[in-house]
Each structure stands twice: as structure tokens, then as C-alpha cells.
Design a protein around this ligand. Sequence first.
Ligand code: SF4
Ligand code: FES
Length: 335
Amino acid sequence: MKSEGAEGQSRPSIGTCGQTADTGSLDSGSTTDSSTTSTSVTIRVARFTPRQARPGRTASNPFAATSSPFGARPGRPRGKRWTQEYKVHTSPEQTILDCLLQIKREQDPTLNFRYSCGHGMCGSDAVLVNSTPTLLCTATIGDHAKAPAQGTDEGADSSQGFRRTGQARDANPEPRQNTEAVRTGWLGIIEIKPLPGFTPLRDLIVDTDTMFEQIRRFHPYLRDGAGPESETENLQTPAQLSKFELLSNCIACGICEGSCPVYAGGEAFAGPAALIAASRFINDSRDQHRQERLDDINQEDGILACESVRACSRPCPKGIDVGEEMWRLVEAVNR
Ligand code: SF4
Ligand code: FES
């Protein structure tokens, strides 16, 4: 798994590019190879550099909360936070990951993000794109760039938000094109933030250890009693396979966890990704520990903590209806 940008790497001087203390703006301009592309996009990244721990100093706030009714939660790490904009010459079919790699190569080597396979298989690059949890490598510029409406600030769409009493909202408002943006080939803005529910480590990289610990807690491997040396085949019918086949496609990207309002990376809820991993083996006819597995998830921080909000269903990149699976687990433990 690659994490672009090494911990502790010093930030080079950005010089005359117009960066302010809280908002930076960089433009690759016509000096890069990509300038031959006629369309461009503005990538706005929420950046974070953690504060280095001072040797010999420990947190000693006498007013700090020592316990929470919601279980232990990771604190908000201290450090410098700012928003940085990059203008990238690209085309609508490129992915956001392509753009970030281009930024890294051509504009700012200090930008940190994580990726590995580059085609939706490893789950390492989940972030928040325009407030929706998404994989960087499958999200295209064309699908996510928000062109600003003419006469409004940036990407703000005046058709959104509050309306006055008595004003009916147009069910299908005509998108107002910014003609200047269209003429210059500017596709719009894409906002990228780290995945919520996880402790940010640096820029777009978050700490996923808690999620993997919760997945491991439910024994995510087959326990069929035969052992790996068994020479007999453990056959299944297509109907038996169909009960867990889709669940076995889970790539542990954490997108469902980042969408879940109950999960916050703490100890109050094991999280939907861990429960999907448990469900995959609960539904496997070859596993001989089904009841034990159901008992494992039938805990206050297990399936009982799920509030059936179902925010986790829609964004799963593998097409798993996570909310529906949570509901099936509730039914299974109550049977
Ligand atoms: S269930 Fe879907 S969204 Fe959740 S971790 Fe697995 S692949 Fe990602
Ligand atoms: S880089 Fe592997 S899923 Fe995106």
C-alpha cells in the first residue's frame, strides 16, 4: 500500500504562488506537460500536519474528560490545518487519483494520500469527495467537478439551501452554466477531505487500525473443523454460495464506516465493515461456528449499536447493501 508523502517530510517553500496562512493556491500554469490539455479542474484539499510530540511532555489537562458514555474515542489530533487549492490541467475521464498524483509530481511533493492498486480492488484510498465517501481511484473528474453557477461565488449553487416561505422550489431547476468557465475549459471544483470517523494522520491519510482490529475481533476466516490439511473437498451448492458471495467482495475500504453516524472510530460500535466481515462467515454453510459468531456480534457495541440509519448502503463501492445486511444480522440474532 502506498502512502504518497513521507511522514516528517519538510514542506518546500511555495514562494510566490499566493498561498496564505490558511488557504494556499497553486497553479501548474503552462510550465507543465499537462498544460496541453484544454480542460482544467480546481482540486481543494483539506490538509493537516500533526504537531510533533514534545519529548518528556504528556497531556495533563485537569479538566479533560476521562470517560464518555459513548466509549473511548480518539481525540482530535493537534496540528496545523489548512485548505489548499491546486489547479490541474486534466480531462473529465481522468480519476481524482490521477490528478493527485499529477499534483504530487508537478506542483507539491508534500501532499499526502494513500493508494495502492489504482482500480478499486484494495480499498486503501477512501476519502471524502464533495462530502461523499468515495474511492479516489474510481472517482472521475467529470463526475465530481462542480462547475459554479454564473453570478455566484465559486461552486455555490444559489438553487440550494433555504428558500423563503411561499416560494415553491422548482422540481427540475435548469443548471445555470458559468459561460466564462465553459469557454475557458474549466470543469469546476472538487473538494477532498479525509474520511470521517477515523483519526487523521496527515493530509488525506487516516488511521485505519481501529477498523482492522474490529474486523479481526470477529474471526474473519473459515472455521470448518477440517483444517488446512484436509484432503476432501468442502462442496457448496450455488444457492449456498450466493448467500455470502457478494459479502466476500468487501475490500475493507471503510467507506461504510465513514458514512455511519454511529461509528466514530471509538469503542461504542464495532462498525459496519467489521459486521459485514462477520456476516460473510455467518452465512457460509461450511463454517461450523455460526451460533458462536452470532453471540459475538450480539453485543452492545456489536449489531445492537446499529441504529438502522442506512447511510452506509449507498456508497459501498462493491455494491453491498450494508444497511440491509445489518438488518438481516439483527433478525438472525433475534431468531
Ligand atoms: S462493506 Fe462496502 S463500503 Fe463497507 S468496507 Fe466493505 S467494501 Fe467498503
Ligand atoms: S487504490 Fe486500491 S481501491 Fe483505490
